[in-house]
Design a protein around this ligand. Structure first.
Ligand code: ADP
Ligand code: MG
Length: 566
């Protein structure tokens, strides 16, 4: 073996560990769920790698997870014979927060430095392996990547540094040993070396794991001691069981496993299709957007299984980009086990499944009650609106689901912003109003203080307040709703006046004459800076404002294009 090297955790990782060690997170038991979840992933990967690369000679004869408590040493060991990690992977995956969204996490950690809101933060970020430091004051890991000769030993007390060394050999897979904190052992409720405790946690959080979770149990009768190996989980695939036989808790725990998240699902969708192309799907709409929803590396989505066998994470062919927040599993009966991304992209059946899943998810969103809908929209509305642009087939449904801020109800800091659907807007429209008015901009404040808004405010005409970058795109693509054109109040011919009478017309001509000189002067002075100078009825207090042509880009869109280098 080589010498022991000491290394420092990456800064964000250190901060997270700090949170874990002093965690007030009430549910410490979840550390075991996380270890089992990782072991299960590692076994899935081993099977799929063995299938793809026979040269690796991965041993898949008895893939399983083992839990071994030692009450005397006060340790708990979780072992798997899965894919394991190389030395580089240990540094990359354990020493570093290998997730995207660490920038956001850094900001959130800075805000939560008084450790007031860690539970919430844990919920959003998902802590995974580091949760072991809620219960352990020392963690050792020995791991060997399948197909490699040497192994890696890693050890840490979770306080800023870890040690790493290359060792000659170890069984394929990963063994993690926790030395339990003394304060928990006094309380028998948190004694993780007790058989009943381990059984309880596995049953509650990991029953559906599709690999056997084993434990050796010693039984002493009178003068005989026997050791029996028991399997603690039922291994029943949740998606294959009838809905009414599965409890909400079971669904929730499964959600946490597939999504690597710590929040509760907002909605669970279980469906099955029988006939020529058989599949089962178990999908979840989360209640909290993950940190990395808007970064390109966002990878967790819908998993593809074939006949109960895990095939791939984040199967993009099953869920369009704008529904990337949907998590879960699709188990198809009629695909080949060696199906690849390339094959999936061509597959007509997969396209058909995707269509049905999308309809089902949109239907579920439509049916959310008011409370859940508000949560949903605040977390994922921005993503869903991307669909208004990309999914023309479901545009109608998306327009029904979507909601927007408007001038009807002003936002005040204490309460959440009141939003409106397009339908509700149209229902409120005055008799003479024939368009849906909106304005785009970077913030609500900028929009509300815009001179374009004056006439609308004066006349009490509601205007949609659109502040997301994607708003610029979909309003143009969509064009109208319910036969009413979507009109930007910052562009061209927005006419709030009633039909002019003859009297009005002559007054208008008089005014035109009166201001002709001023307009001419404006035009010559500003030259190429503007296209035209016109008299307007849209202003009530500001003397002048800049207006885009109907087919011009709005200022925000101009900025967007400029920012993207066009
Ligand atoms: P997550 O599971 O959400 O990715 P974790 O903190 O739980 O986050 O784990 C970090 C990474 O470490 C995993 O993605 C995986 O690559 C690796 N890892 C953890 N445990 C194991 C294991 N038992 N076998 C192989 N790799 C593991
Ligand atoms: Mg994990």
């Amino acid at each position: 073996s080589t010498q022991v090297e000491e290394r420092t955790f990456q800064a964000e990782a250190r901060q997270l560990l700090e949170l874990m060690i002093h965690s007030v997170y009430s549910n410490k038991d979840t550390f075991l769920r996380e270890l089992i979840s990782n072991a299960s992933d590692a076994l899935d990967k081993a099977r799929i790698e063995a299938f793809r690369d026979k040269d690796l000679q991965i041993d898949t004869s008895d893939l399983h997870i083992e839990i071994a408590p030692d009450p005397d040493k006060r340790t708990l060991t979780v072992r798997d014979n899965g894919i394991g990690m190389s030395r580089d992977e240990v540094v990359e995956l354990i020493g570093t927060l290998a997730k995207s969204g660490t920038g956001e996490l850094r900001r959130a950690l800075a805000e939560a430095k008084d450790a007031e809101a860690p539970a919430d933060l844990i919920g959003q970020f998902g802590i995974g392996f580091y949760s072991t430091f809620m219960v352990a004051d020392n963690v050792t890991m020995v791991t060997r990547r399948a197909g490699e000769d040497t192994a890696t030993r890693w050890e840490s007390q979770g306080t800023g540094t870890y040690t790493i060394e290359t060792i000659d050999t170890a069984p394929q897979g990963t063994e993690i040993t926790l030395h339990l904190k003394p304060e928990d052992s006094d309380d028998h409720l948190f004694d993780y070396t007790k058989e009943w405790k381990i059984r309880e946690i596995v049953k509650r959080y990991s029953d559906f794991i599709s690999w056997p979770i084993r434990m050796e149990i010693e039984r002493t009768t009178d003068d005989e001691t026997t050791i029996e190996t028991v399997t603690l989980n039922s291994m029943k695939a949740l998606w294959a069981r009838p809905k009414d036989e599965v409890s909400a808790d079971e669904y929730n725990e499964f959600y946490k496993h597939v999504s690597h998240a710590w929040d509760e699902p907002l909605e669970t969708i279980a469906m099955r299709a029988e006939g020529t192309f058989e599949y089962q799907a178990l999908l979840f709409i989360p209640s909290q957007a993950p940190f990395d929803l808007f970064t390109r590396e966002h990878t967790r989505g819908v998993q593809l299984y074939v006949k109960r066998v895990f095939i791939m994470d984040n199967c993009e062919e099953l869920m369009p980009q704008y529904l990337r927040f949907v998590k879960g599993v699709v188990d198809a009966q009629d695909l080949s086990l060696n199906v690849s991304r390339e094959i999936l992209q061509q597959d007509r059946q997969i396209k058909r499944i995707q269509k049905r899943l999308v309809k089902k998810v949109l239907g579920a969103i439509k049916d959310l009650d008011a409370d859940k809908y508000r949560t949903f929209w605040s977390q994922f509305g921005r993503v869903l609106k991307e669909g208004l642009l990309s999914d023309t087939e479901n545009r109608e449904t998306l327009l029904e689901i979507a909601s927007f801020a408007s001038t009807r109800a002003s936002s005040d800091e204490s309460s959440e912003e009141e939003v409106t659907t397009l339908k509700a807007y149209v229902d409120r429209m005055g008799e003479k109003q024939d368009a849906i008015y909106y304005m785009t901009g970077e913030t609500r404040e900028l929009i509300e203080n815009s001179p374009h808004m004056e006439a609308f405010r004066a006349k009490g005409v509601e205007v949609l307040v659109l502040t997301d970058p994607v708003d610029e795109m979909w309003v143009d693509a969509v064009g109208e709703y319910d036969g009413k054109p979507l009109k930007s109040i910052a562009k061209g011919d927005v006419d709030l006046e009633d039909e002019p009478s003859d009297d009005d017309k002559s007054k208008q001509e008089e005014r035109d004459k009166e201001f002709a000189d001023v307009l001419d002067w404006l035009k010559t002075t500003l030259g190429d800076e503007i296209k035209d100078a016109r008299l307007s009825s849209r202003l009530t207090t500001s003397p002048a404002c800049l207006v885009g042509d109907t087919f011009d880009m709005t200022p925000t869109l101009e900025k967007l294009y400029r920012a993207s280098g066009q």
